[in-house]
Design a protein around this ligand. Structure first.
Ligand code: KG4
Ligand code: ZN
Length: 344
């Protein structure tokens, strides 16, 4: 049994967790920064980095105290080393390096996307490789064939915005507040999803890629027409995103031969309507559906500690001069998505 300390600081959540290779979550601590970013309607990188500096060390101490564990009892220290907002990533990675150096324990530099990708295996001990993963977060929207630790084939990506980004922008356009995903989901509950005509970008196209920029523009036009209730726009938007995710995932399922399950991870997977639709798709295709609990879908350190545990078990540790990376694809060999902008 190995015990891993995990740190997360790549966006606007500061987090520390202690997780064992046998899936015991001994502690997971998280400090959100919503209040600091709310006046700006989005995450401000410099404010985020400063908040990580203030919060990370106390969270590590709190996690160790809650688990009643001394740093000397930890087997390795894992931290998100990218991709993400570079200032925040550096704070977490440098902290992990300092702890590794002070304790003599190995460092594990975790790709944040691998944290999301492996999180379903922390929640579900029966989830075996390979599986088809829909990774839907604020920064990414990808379909990945997960063959094993560190072994990913990207089947599709977004050619413009990520799905979570579209939720955040829609919330901002409709004045629903920040953070956007949960605000849109809440508003959608009292809206009619058939009311506002919105596009389903790329639905029906042969490659399973995604596009959400046009949908966001359509939301802006619908708002400017001044004839729809915000709740109806929110519900119609959410349904349009779901229709895109379902159509694209269906295509990827057809290509994911040998997959043991259809799995969803990342912040947007916290959305109940999204989860329900994906579960239905999996069932219709005779695949087991796996979604981590909501708290494990949005950014947290338990998933980073768990990815650290999986890498540690595979003998993968990293030198102390490992750099922080703003960009870090899970599948460096993936073909460029046609029509994709720089984000993909
Ligand atoms: O995985 P995550 O916490 O951070 C990134 O790695 O990006 O994902 C955050 C994204 C945000 O865009 C947020 O609006 C979205 O996930 N999100 C949701 C919900 N909760 C979070 N989107 C839709 N419905 C939700 N309930
Ligand atoms: Zn994330």
């Amino acid at each position: 049994m190995a015990l891993i300390l995990g740190l997360e600081s790549s966006c606007d959540e500061t987090a520390a967790a202690l997780v064992t290779s046998t899936r015991d979550i001994l502690a997971h601590k998280l400090a959100g920064q919503e209040a600091a970013h709310r006046p700006f309607g989005g995450v401000v990188p410099e404010i985020a980095a400063r908040a990580h500096v203030e919060m990370l060390a106390p969270l590590v101490e709190a996690a160790l105290a809650e688990a009643e564990v001394d740093l000397s009892e930890v087997d390795a220290i894992a931290a998100t080393a990218g991709p993400g907002l570079i200032g925040g990533v550096m704070v977490g990675l440098v902290t992990a390096k300092a702890l590794a150096l002070a304790s003599g324990k190995p460092l594990i530099a975790v790709n944040h996307l691998e944290g999301h990708a492996l999180s379903p295996r922390l929640a579900d001990p029966d989830l075996a490789f390979p599986y088809l993963l829909l990774l839907v977060s604020g920064g990414h929207c990808q379909l990945l064939f997960v063959r094993g630790v560190g072994n990913y084939a990207r089947l599709a990506t977004t050619i413009d915005d990520a799905a979570g980004e579209a939720f955040d922008k829609t919330a901002k356009l409709l004045g629903l507040g920040f953070p956007g995903g949960p605000a849109v989901e809440r508003a959608a509950k009292s809206g009619d999803s058939d009311m506002v005509p919105l596009p389903r970008p790329l639905v029906g196209s042969p490659e399973p890629h995604f596009s959400f920029a046009g949908l966001k523009s359509a939301v802006m036009r619908a708002r400017d027409e001044n004839r729809w209730r915000p709740a109806d726009i929110a519900a119609s938007f959410q349904q349009a995103v779901i229709d895109c995710l379902i159509d694209r995932s269906r295509r990827a399922i057809a290509r994911a031969e040998g997959a043991t399950a259809f799995v969803v991870a990342g912040g947007v997977a916290a959305n109940q309507s999204v989860r329900a639709a994906l579960a239905e798709l999996a069932e219709a295709n005779g695949l087991r559906f796996v979604a981590p609990p909501q708290w494990l879908c949005t950014d947290n350190a338990a998933m980073i500690a768990w990815a650290g545990a999986e890498r540690f078990a595979a003998g993968l540790t990293d030198p102390l001069d490992t750099p922080a990376r703003a960009r870090w694809p899970l599948d460096p060999d993936a073909e460029h998505a046609r029509g994709a902008g720089v984000k993909a």
